[in-house]
Design a protein around this ligand. Sequence first.
Ligand code: FMN
Length: 186
Amino acid sequence: MNETIKSILGRRSIRSYETAPVEKEKIETILECGRFSPSAMNRQPWHFTVITDRKVLDKISAANRQVLLQSGDEQVRERAKDPDYDNFRGAPMAIVVSGHREAKFAAADCANAIQNMALAAYSLGLGSCYLASFKIAMEKPEGAYLLKELRIPEGFEPLYALSLGHGNETLGERAPRRENTVTYIE
Ligand SMILES: Cc1cc2nc3c(=O)[nH]c(=O)nc-3n(C[C@H](O)[C@H](O)[C@H](O)COP(=O)(O)O)c2cc1C
């Protein structure tokens, strides 16, 4: 099996991290892999926000927790009661990928960037997790201050994030994949 296939099949979502920061060189390589993802008509309708200040990640999680505590769904409220609630699961950093609101395929383009970065991270010995739950508060009008603090450019909206760090999780079985999801037309 070649190294690319090994990375694709070996990557896992990591939800527990050491506090050690990610090396700057690795961050730059990961970003380069995000920037070189395919995008519709090569419009590259993305913006990358690299957050290495754990206080900022805590602030985002705390704002999300406040929203979830108001949820009509009891299970969601119960989960949010956890005082250690953290969308980033202790990761020392995350990269938020925002898409241009007017680019038709921004969601696909930004998803490509996240996946490229997740594979790059894995190949560099780092753990990562694709995240959508990080933006619960910033999607609300009252959470707009978070967009300002993250300096999300005008016209862009956060779509996905990737938590990154040195994983310290004991991995169980791989998440199973559904059967019968392929049709061959021959
Ligand atoms: C669009 C998208 C959003 C996701 N959001 C979250 C999230 O908010 N929190 C989380 O822990 N995992 C999140 N995941 C990770 C998935 O749960 C994970 O990829 C899936 O369970 C398969 O596991 P694997 O990545 O280890 O193969 C997300 C994945 C995708 C593609």
